[in-house]
Write a protein that binds this ligand. Structure first.
Ligand SMILES: [Zn+2]
Length: 386
């Protein structure tokens, strides 16, 4: 997204302004001075950009407000001249919520446009008496009408059904109800890229450099969104067996080990939780860092593993979903490592670190556009036991 500056907090989120806004401020002041030849003209033109900033803020607050009502937190808001970005805590899981949240922004601009056109007409200026290319700054009415025009432009532009525009999210949300999130994103991304291509042609052939720049922005946004969703989905589909430490890699102890022998294992390996296997290799229990810590500082340190280990503990199956069953079971049991069994036999161990690592990959932002290797989720997610 490039450099942006934090200006204030609202809705529990940092509101940041992108540097391009300052560039635009200078440019408009310059053009305003050129057209009118007066400092007042420069100030009015710069003031219009200031008002645009407020309009974009209100657009984003529209998103933030509806997101909150859907129970979704807002991470931060970045204001860009063409709309802005409102980062949410979760990517809208429910398609219906995504549609509602996306609609709220352009709707806010439409309401503002109506308000400013209304105010302009009170000063005797009709909505069609301004042109987009250069603001005719003659009267208060014209300034108001121009701000109304900017809002209408923001609403229309953001409704283009292309990522990262709100229209793209609405399209994806509508499609996701039928196609599922990945295919809906793929479809919406292709539509977005087609739009971007058409905009680019239009911009280059018509000599509108700004339009061409916007087209590139849309194209990159569409591709990034697609990559993020694919990555997240591939991580979401991970199973316990893809992330766990397998039987051959996990160090185990026997019920007849003493604490000294367990500590030896801790010191010489990368593990702090150990499955306890009986003589036939069947799972007898687990001795985790909690039991080891507690025993170290008590008379229990002379006991054997069989007296210290946990025996009442849930087990996972290799085929269960990592983020559905695996993570939930670890969380609910409060145990930092759980054994994985298949047909009653010990198959491996899943630790909270394994899950955390896979989760990190799942949350990778779309920002890794620099062309890192695609979705290393399954290979890199293997835990510290690897
Ligand atoms: Zn928006």
């Amino acid at each position: 997204m490039g450099k942006s500056f934090r200006v204030f907090r609202a809705f529990g989120a940092d509101v940041r302004v992108h540097w391009s806004f300052f560039l635009l401020l200078g440019l408009f002041a310059f053009v305003g001075y050129g057209v009118t030849g007066s400092l007042a003209g420069a100030l009015v033109a710069a003031g219009i950009i200031g008002v645009l900033l407020v309009c974009v803020s209100l657009h984003e607050f529209g998103h933030a407000l509806v997101a909150r009502r859907c129970g979704i937190g807002v991470k931060d808001i970045t204001l860009l001249p063409i709309g802005g970005a409102c980062r949410l805590d979760v990517l809208h899981e429910k398609p219906a919520d995504e549609v509602k949240i996306a609609f709220a922004g352009p709707l806010a601009n439409l309401a503002l446009a109506a308000l400013f056109f209304g105010a302009a007409s009170a000063f005797g200026t009709g909505p069609l008496e301004v042109s987009g290319a250069s603001p005719e700054i003659g009267s208060v009415g014209q300034v108001l009408a121009y701000v109304g025009f900017l809002n209408a432009l923001l609403a229309v532009f953001n409704m283009i059904p292309a990522f990262p525009m709100d229209g793209g999210r609405i399209l994806r949300g509508v499609l996701a109800a039928r196609l599922g999130r990945v295919r809906a994103t793929e479809f919406a991304a292709v539509v977005g890229q087609s739009y971007a291509f058409a905009l680019l042609l239009l911009g280059l052939l018509g000599g509108h450099i700004l339009l061409a720049v916007v087209a590139v922005f849309v194209f990159v946004g569409a591709s990034g969104e697609l990559r993020t969703v694919r990555q997240r989905e591939s991580a979401r589909g991970l199973t316990v067996s893809e992330v766990m430490g397998t039987r051959s890699r996990v160090r185990t102890v026997s019920p007849y080990h003493n604490l000294g022998q367990v500590l030896e294992e801790v010191l010489h390996g990368y593990q702090s939780d150990f499955p306890v296997l009986g003589e036939d290799g069947e799972l007898a229990g687990m001795i985790t860092r909690d039991e080891i810590h507690a025993a170290m500082n008590s008379p229990d340190r002379f006991l054997l593993v069989r007296d210290l280990m946990k025996t009442q503990l849930p087990t996972l199956s290799p085929g269960s979903k990592l983020f559905d069953s695996g993570q939930r079971l670890l969380h609910e049991s409060g145990i930092k490592a759980l054994p994985v069994t298949e047909d009653g036999k010990f198959a491996g161990m899943l630790t909270i670190e394994d899950v955390a690592q896979a989760d990190l990959l799942r949350q990778l932002p779309g920002a890794d556009e620099a062309g890192r290797s695609p979705s290393p989720a399954t290979s890199a997610a293997r835990g510290p036991n690897a």
